[in-house]
Design a protein around this ligand. Sequence first.
Ligand SMILES: *[C@@H]1O[C@H](CO)[C@@H](O)[C@H](O)[C@H]1NC(C)=O
Ligand SMILES: *[C@@H]1O[C@H](CO)[C@@H](O)[C@H](O)[C@H]1NC(C)=O
Ligand SMILES: *[C@@H]1O[C@H](CO)[C@@H](O)[C@H](O)[C@H]1NC(C)=O
Ligand SMILES: *[C@@H]1O[C@H](CO)[C@@H](O)[C@H](O)[C@H]1NC(C)=O
Ligand SMILES: *[C@@H]1O[C@H](CO)[C@@H](O)[C@H](O)[C@H]1NC(C)=O
Ligand SMILES: *[C@@H]1O[C@H](CO)[C@@H](O)[C@H](O)[C@H]1NC(C)=O
Length: 566
Amino acid sequence: MTALCIFFALVSFGAVSSARMIVHESRPAAPSGFVSQGAAPANNLLTLRFALAPNNLAGLQTKLASVSTPGSPEFRKWLSKDDVKSFVQPSAQTVAAFNAFASANGVKPTVISPNGDWMSLTLPVSQANMLFAANFEVFTHPSSPQKLTRTLSVSLPSQLVGHVDVISPTTDFVNPNPHLTPWTNVNLAKRGPAASCNTSDASVSRECPRAWIPTAPATQPNNALLVTGYVDNWAQSADLSTFLSLLRPDIPSNTTFSLLTIDNGTNPQGPNDGSFEANLDIQYTMGIATGVATTFLSVGGPPNIPGFAQSLLDTTTFLDGIDNPPTVMTTSYGSGESDFGISLATKICNGYMALGARGISVLTGSGDGGVRGNHDGGSICGNNTFFPVFPGTCPYATAVGSTIGFRPEVAVNFTGGGFSNFFPAPSYQSVPIASFLKTIPSDFQGIFNTSGRGIPDLALQGWNFRIIVGGEEELESGTSASSPTFAAIIALINDQLLAAGKPVLGFLNPWLYSTASTAFNDITIGHNSGFECAASSVAFDAAVGWDALTGWGSPKFDDLLAAALA
Ligand SMILES: *[C@@H]1O[C@H](CO)[C@@H](O)[C@H](O)[C@H]1NC(C)=O
Ligand SMILES: *[C@@H]1O[C@H](CO)[C@@H](O)[C@H](O)[C@H]1NC(C)=O
Ligand SMILES: *[C@@H]1O[C@H](CO)[C@@H](O)[C@H](O)[C@H]1NC(C)=O
Ligand SMILES: *[C@@H]1O[C@H](CO)[C@@H](O)[C@H](O)[C@H]1NC(C)=O
Ligand SMILES: *[C@@H]1O[C@H](CO)[C@@H](O)[C@H](O)[C@H]1NC(C)=O
Ligand SMILES: *[C@@H]1O[C@H](CO)[C@@H](O)[C@H](O)[C@H]1NC(C)=O
């Protein structure tokens, strides 16, 4: 009887304090640059998204390892939309727990993803503060007029623990200006003759193929390349046309891209609407992946959605719902990993895992601040704590760094590289990372996470790409030049695989770190101290084999193609 009494007592205690709160995520302060303008008005409506726990994430992980690892009997047997859904959709208990919580609190949940793993609730700030032990404030950042409603801490009522993986936006503070090019390159000198490929300052064009890339048009349908566009970066078809006339006169200058939009994204074509980022990305995918159908995905920004992190997320959920997804996707945007917070970064990364399993190669630049985040300069230069850039740190993305010059080809100072604090090194990487860590001097002062996933996975040219923006020729640099170029290379290889009746490359990394690892020019010179930080500031040095500046090095097209067809 005594035992029974205690049992009842516990149950009633649990019911009375159904609001017992477990801290889900918190940060001591907003990242530098963000300034609080005070408490968010209590009656403002807030739309919060909730990631429901997948029913079998470990199953998807195992399946992906099996379909992406050379030698496996299931190698490159990519999954269908419904196959992926069977792993990532939440269990009935999880959905029931969430719905019960919402209904007990008088809010109506909306399912916002095709796999049913995201729900949203719209509620007043005061209620959100109460239900999630939060303190929503309004923040501003000097690089954007946007006001962000965020909290430094968010908790889950105990009955949702294990059912909800992410509440967003809450503790994510991503720089509103996340494109991957060093800040100062925006005003580079205009137009100049293409320099000789033998100088270390070679303007990159097809005149300078370090890795010879074929110009013959691709022939296979169902091999679409997707270029993502975020935070109001728009691609111009008139500029593409001018670019093709200048650098690819052999292909029709009216060749264009198709447009997809989500989150009320747009792609205006007015004389001042083009951005260097989107035009760089479109021009160096379409200018190299001859004949590959290319789509520009314009993802709307605030006020339609809260910010860049949610844009990355919405890209993955959008593609989850498509029957015939693109075969390669390139993203030239990123921000310091810690800005995202671990739960949101993990959820986005798991979204890439699902895309990789569908047979999509997910590529991104590795960051443009060397060892110090996305953009270096100013007070950051004296900071000897290294911080890596997401989404490249996701082990299901392929992170592309940048090189410069041809004889020798070296790591450029801004090439993002380092080690994740969120994601442990995946097994495909552990041996090359261990070798690289042995090359670091014993008195090395940099502080980084030796157990984390290392980036980049590879690198290629990323300096002085000739592009057209608003009718004007410009030179742009950054890992946002390198990632689209590698996406084009992958698309051309996929074309040949499809022509040979073989499946596309899909999730690349286990292949890149095994049978393809010799298809790269090893880059052994360079120091990634950043574009603005003094070359003497602490950073990694390139080394023989994989390193945290250039990964395996720059791709040799023919060797990579041979490895793909093998
Ligand atoms: C670059 O230098 C190499 C070796 O010095 C030479 O063979 C080649 O012709 C040069 N190429 C150009 C474009 O100047
Ligand atoms: C491009 O121009 C050619 C020749 O003028 C024309 O035949 C073709 O239909 C055009 N293609 C597109 C996509 O507009
Ligand atoms: C897009 O715009 C429509 C019409 O203005 C609006 O109803 C909808 O909520 C918007 N979508 C997003 C994601 O903001
Ligand atoms: C260095 O940067 C990290 C990441 O932004 C930050 O947490 C840390 O406080 C900085 N350290 C110094 C000494 O500025
Ligand atoms: C280092 O990375 C591991 C994951 O590999 C993580 O668990 C750990 O918290 C990280 N350490 C720090 C100090 O961020
Ligand atoms: C970084 O490299 C670029 C390209 O070589 C160069 O223009 C720039 O001056 C370098 N930055 C520093 C601080 O040395």
